[in-house]
Design a protein around this ligand. Structure first.
Ligand code: ADP
Length: 748
């Protein structure tokens, strides 16, 4: 070290006092500046000369005066002792307050000085910094302690450096023990499995890694936390770990809810057969349910994925550009804010009708896309088409049948008439709503009474109303109407809520009926006249015929010897003709007499009737060795003579039309039915071909020549007339070569 002489010492001393950061002053006992080093300029902004007028106390902050006074007194008492003065505030020349670090020393015992040594410096910067740090610290503490989030830090020995209240509480909850700064965080009671895991995590953090752990707990309540571990660096060395655990239960729950909502919506939109999809403003698919994806695949031949344009570039040729434009137009309409629904007809991929609804999707009043919903309406449309077709057919059928219908609603009092009902009443079909009074006004005045009393009766009985009356149309024409009206009841089936009915234009039928009646009457008339005529003719012919026959007999008897063979033959022919004519006249008389003679109704024993006929026909029966078989025939209530005639004709025919070389076997039977007898006469004769079953009952119709079988062709016609006259009918079963069965009925 350099030897320092006195002069140099003085120099050094001056340099120190000039350049030192600390100012040194000699003060009076009252605190006035006697002498001060130039450093006062750096501390309080004054020159040493200016400082002469200053006093320490007058420069001191009001709040610090008391303290300073105390120190001052202490200093005066303790001579020669340097007393440190706590930081206090002094006023700078520029008016600001400066924090001063200082010390005072009583050097009154130094006669050269006789004053107070005051050393002081400005430490405002470090005080402010310290204060700021202290505020920061308490602020930080306040912050970390006032949150439910858990924060703590540990050193590399797992000892707690700092922890907030929440951490201490949680540890207490888990372990039952209180952890304090400096303690190991793995205090007694720390769960073992967590200990290993936590230690591993911390060790990896000590290696400089940031670690995030999500934790689920179900105790005491279900919850999730996210724990973050950060390394604490000091000059590139990890000195510990800062940890922060956040309760993310609400986030997790919200996430879960979101997921649930998403799943729920997905489940919902996929649980329907309807198609649902949504597009963003650029017409990219946001979401589409399975039915939509499936349908679109049929259209475009591939699966559209999220985010893809709905209108793909390569449109299959089956899809018309027109359809694409139509869809695009609809999407744009919805994107412009309109919600609407349309039914579209498609021919591809199959014929179908889809009802498509478009809804704008809004987010904060901004349209961000379009949501669509489509239902397959094919069935409905087909059903509707069918319904329309059926309705048209019904209308056509009604028109064809001249059958109209109407429905009256009691609540409105108005009846809806079908097109044909309007037509029947001569009204335009648009004029199809009518009241009861309207309808009444059409009824023909002569029929009004009948109609009204029928209506009154039905109002009480609530039965069906059947009417047959005339109506007077506005054009003056008259129609015959048949109608049936039925009450319609509510769901209880008790309260009538309306009426419905059918009206049938029977004018043509009525006209025909009238004509038919007239014709029938005319026919009866002419028949009667004809019968009268036939009767008169046949009756009157008998006499001249008898004359012809008898004179021919005379001629034969008296001139027999004069006649040659030819003459005799001619007379024979003439007699034969007259005989046949007589038979015809007798038969015709029989025929025309049927029904003329009214006979009393008696119990007729058919056994007796057949017995009588057997006697009458005994010659033929004997000749042909015929068997007439019958037993236990019933007693019927009828007219005896006609019945006898019927049996006689049938049995006689059975004998006559017997087969060559076969003995006739004729059987008479009777079967009792509910309200009539069915009687039959069967034979084993030549039989009749089916094609003549009708013809043989027509008068004069014969199937054989006179040479084969004699006869007039009147017998079966007379039989039929009698049976019908008695209220029965006649028919037969027969086969050529096998025989015939004639049946006829007699009402009981
Ligand atoms: P007719 O016997 O006088 O010819 P009918 O009116 O009794 O007249 O019979 C009409 C025709 O029906 C007969 O000509 C005959 O050809 C046929 N006929 C009637 N009864 C029989 C029968 N039992 N078997 C076969 N043919 C019959």
């Amino acid at each position: 070290m350099k030897k320092v002489d006195d002069e140099n010492h003085e120099k050094f001393y001056r340099a120190i006092s000039k350049h030192s950061m600390d100012a040194i002053a000699i003060l009076t006992l009252e605190g006035d500046f006697l002498h001060v080093t130039p450093a006062i300029d750096m501390v309080l902004g004054y020159t040493p000369a200016e400082a002469h007028n200053l006093n320490v106390f007058s420069l001191t902050h009001q709040e610090d005066i008391k303290y300073l006074t105390g120190i001052w007194e202490k200093m005066l008492r303790e001579q020669g002792m340097a007393i440190p003065v706590q930081t206090f505030r002094m006023k700078h020349k520029d008016g600001t307050w400066r924090w001063i670090a200082s010390s005072v020393k009583n050097i009154l015992d130094d006669p050269e000085v006789y004053g107070i040594l005051y050393t002081f410096k400005d430490i405002t910067v470090s005080v402010v910094e310290a204060k700021r740090q202290s505020i920061d610290k308490s602020n930080l503490e306040a912050l970390i302690n006032n949150t439910s989030e858990i924060m703590w830090s540990v050193d590399r020995d797992y000892n707690l450096i700092t922890a907030n209240k929440a951490f201490v509480e949680v540890i207490e909850m888990i372990t039952g023990n209180t952890v304090s700064k400096g303690d190991t965080i793995f205090i007694e009671g720390f769960p073992k499995e967590d200990y290993i895991k936590n230690k591993q995590i911390l060790d990896s953090v000590f290696e400089g890694k940031v670690f995030t752990e999500a934790m689920y707990t179900d105790k005491p309540t279900e919850g999730w936390s996210e724990i973050k571990y950060y390394p604490i660096w000091d000059n590139q060395v990890v000195i510990g770990a800062a940890c922060h655990s956040k309760n993310i239960t609400s986030i997790k729950l919200a996430e879960r809810k979101n997921q649930f909502d998403k799943n729920n919506i997905e489940a919902l939109i996929n649980s329907t057969g309807d198609m649902m999809w949504s597009l963003d403003r650029e017409l990219n698919l946001i979401v589409g349910n399975q039915p939509f994806i499936d349908m679109l695949r049929k259209f475009i031949g591939k699966d559209l994925i999220q985010g893809e344009k709905i209108f793909i570039k390569e449109v299959p040729p089956e899809i018309s550009q027109e359809l694409v434009y139509k869809f695009e137009g609809n999407y744009q309409r919805a994107l412009a804010g309109e919600g609407f629904s349309v039914v579209e007809h498609f021919e591809f991929p199959q014929e179908m009708w889809l009802q498509i609804s478009y809804h704008p999707i809004k987010l904060d009043d901004v349209i961000i896309g379009v949501a669509c919903h489509s239902q397959d309406k094919t069935k409905d449309v087909r059903a509707e088409q069918k319904r329309i077709r059926n309705e048209e057919r019904l209308k056509e059928s009604q028109a064809l049948a001249k059958l109209g219908h109407w429905e009256l609603n009691f609540e409105t009092g108005v009846a809806l008439w079908s097109d044909e009902a309007c037509r029947i009443y001569g009204l335009p079909i648009e004029n199809n709503l009518h009241t009861f009074e309207n309808w009444l006004s059409f009824i023909y005045s002569d029929d009004m009474e009948v109609v009204m009393s029928a209506i009154e009766a039905v109002q009480i009985s609530k039965g069906d109303l059947e009417l047959n009356h005339r109506i007077l149309l506005h054009d003056g024409s008259i129609k015959h109407i048949a109608s049936k009206t039925i009450f319609e009841y509510d769901e209880t089936g008790k309260i009538p809520v309306g009426l419905y009915g059918v009206v049938f234009d029977i004018t043509a039928k009525k006209d025909a009926e009238i004509k038919l009646k007239q014709k029938a009457m005319e026919l009866v008339q002419s028949n009667a006249e004809l019968e009268q005529f036939a009767y008169a003719v046949t009756h009157d012919l008998q006499e001249p015929l008898r004359m012809v026959t008898s004179f021919l007999g005379q001629l034969e008897k008296k001139y027999d010897s004069l006649l040659d063979d030819k003459g005799k033959q001619y007379i024979h022919f003439a007699v034969d003709g007259a005989k046949r004519m007589r038979q015809i006249i007798i038969d015709m008389l029989e025929y025309s007499k049927v029904g003329k003679i009214s006979e009393e109704c008696l119990d007729v024993d058919l056994n007796e009737v057949i017995n009588g006929i057997n006697i009458l026909l005994s010659n033929q029966i004997n000749d042909k060795k015929a068997i007439i078989q019958y037993e236990n025939l019933p007693i019927v209530r009828s007219n005896k003579t006609p019945i006898q005639q019927v049996f006689q004709n049938l049995i006689a025919n059975g004998l006559k039309y017997s087969a060559e070389g076969v003995n006739p076997h004729i059987k008479i039977d009777a079967i009792e039915e509910l309200d009539h007898w069915t009687l039959s006469v069967s034979d084993n004769g030549i039989g009749i071909n089916e094609e003549y079953f009708e013809k043989i009952f027509v008068i004069f119709q014969r199937l054989h020549t006179r040479d084969e079988y004699a006869g007039t062709g009147i017998g079966l016609a007379t039989t039929k007339k009698i049976v019908e006259h008695l209220g029965g009918r006649i028919w037969l079963q027969s086969e050529e070569g096998k025989g015939s069965v004639f049946y006829f009925t007699l009402p009981k």
